[in-house]
Design a binder for this molecule. Structure first.
Ligand SMILES: [Zn+2]
Ligand SMILES: [Zn+2]
Length: 406
């Protein structure tokens, strides 16, 4: 039981020691032999791993059921314990539970207070594990009143509400935590193993393991879209002249919806103005209303529904003060030459956003310190061609800029 052993004074936890107190504990133990394991009668020796992790080892291993651990496993457990402690939680490494199947040991049990009936089992899995095994172990801990969070070198399953799994990647002084990005959540079944594991293309970094554990106990690791949130609406357009009255105007050509800091793992949604008229529901109406209270002052146009004589469908067109329509065939495609005409926020809900974007639910991590750079999708989740990707200029989120600079 490497991060924990017992003495007459109670639990002895290796992660609570610094180098000096570790030396003192070792000296006392070799004088008094006051440390013991709860798993077996083996003598306790104090060690420091090559990764710098302090732990307790069996003097002689024989007849003990605890499995040997890798250096990474020990180090990850130690980081988790320290992060829990720092957040004011109680951390119990190698928490033993007994049930009809025998003994099971959670790597780290985290509890808000010792009397709490519920807790979180933090499991570090450095060797590959079948999804079915992960599920079975998660179900077993649930019987003991624990939710489980898995940290894996090779995550399996990738995206399950019942079995949350994050990916651990070794760094110089510990680990970083990654979760699947939009591309992986949408496309895992079409990806080969190299694409599945490609950190840059398919995963999003959530910070260090310690930062991630902190977020978990603060409730910032969450499944699905937030129920209520602000959407930042950006309206882009181009400079133009009305063909009829000759006025200088700026028609709106696209909008981008940013689902806000509560939904950092969901992409921005690009909607061309004529498409906005095709979207049903209250949110499209509210966006249109908000644009029309502002756009005339900025662009000289307002948006109105237009039904060409030769067509069955109505679409949303820019209409000049003089009444002339700017037909959609004269609107350029979104490009990086476009200007931001308007920006405003609207409160909405996960349900109201559905006509624009059918979210595939996944585990999300909210962190002002490490917000991901958002990808962009077209209406209904269609990929946006690279040409039209970069519109929003002059309106980078302040925290997103910080992430890029760091
Ligand atoms: Zn033992
Ligand atoms: Zn005009």
């Amino acid at each position: 039981m490497p991060l924990r052993c017992a003495s007459s004074e109670g639990d002895e936890l290796s992660f609570e020691h610094d180098a000096d107190s570790w030396v003192a504990l070792r000296a006392r133990n070799s004088r008094e032999r006051h440390l013991r394991f709860t798993c077996c009668d083996a003598g306790v020796v104090l060690k420091t791993s090559s990764l710098g992790t302090r732990y307790f080892a069996h003097q002689a291993r024989g007849g003990c059921d605890t499995a040997p651990e890798t250096q990474e496993h020990l180090q990850a457990k130690t980081i988790i314990c320290k992060a829990l402690k720092e957040a004011g939680w109680l951390a119990t490494p190698e928490h033993r539970m007994t049930d009809s199947d025998g003994v099971c040991i959670a790597d780290v049990l985290g509890k808000r207070v010792s009397e709490a009936l519920k807790g979180i089992a933090f499991e570090v899995q450095w060797s590959p594990q079948l999804a079915a095994i992960t599920k079975a172990r998660t179900d077993r801990y649930k019987e003991h009143g624990l939710r489980t969070l898995w940290f894996m070198k090779r995550p399996m399953p990738l995206n399950s509400k019942d079995v949350p799994v994050a990916r651990l990647v070794s760094t110089d002084d510990g680990f970083d935590v990654y979760i699947p990005n939009e591309a992986l959540v949408r496309g895992a079944e079409y990806m080969n193993s190299r694409e599945l594991s490609d950190l840059e293309a398919s995963w999003r970094r959530c910070g260090t393991l310690a930062q991630f554990v902190r977020g978990v106990v603060e409730g910032r690791f969450r499944f699905g879209l937030a129920s209520d949130f602000d959407v930042r609406v950006t309206v882009g357009g181009v400079a133009n002249w009305c063909y009829s009255c000759g006025a200088e105007v700026q028609p709106a050509t696209w909008i981008v919806l940013d689902l806000g800091h509560l939904n950092p793992d969901f992409p921005n949604i690009l909607v061309e103005i004529h498409e906005l008229g095709e979207v049903e529901g209250s949110f499209a109406e509210r966006i249109l209303g908000s644009i029309n209270t502002r756009l005339p002052k900025v662009g000289g146009y307002r948006l109105g529904r237009r039904k060409p004589k030769e067509s069955q469908a109505t679409y949303l067109a820019n209409i000049c003060k003089c009444g002339a329509f700017l037909s959609r065939s004269y609107l350029p495609y979104p490009s990086d030459k476009d200007k931001t005409l308007l920006e405003f926020d609207l409160k909405t809900t996960a349900e109201e956003i559905t006509p624009f974007y059918k979210a595939i639910d996944r585990w999300c991590f909210t962190s002002q310190a490490n917000p991901p750079s958002k990808s962009m999708l077209g209406l209904h989740g269609f990929p946006v061609p690279a040409l039209t990707m970069p519109p929003p200029r002059n309106l980078r989120h302040p925290d997103r800029r910080a992430a890029r600079e760091s």
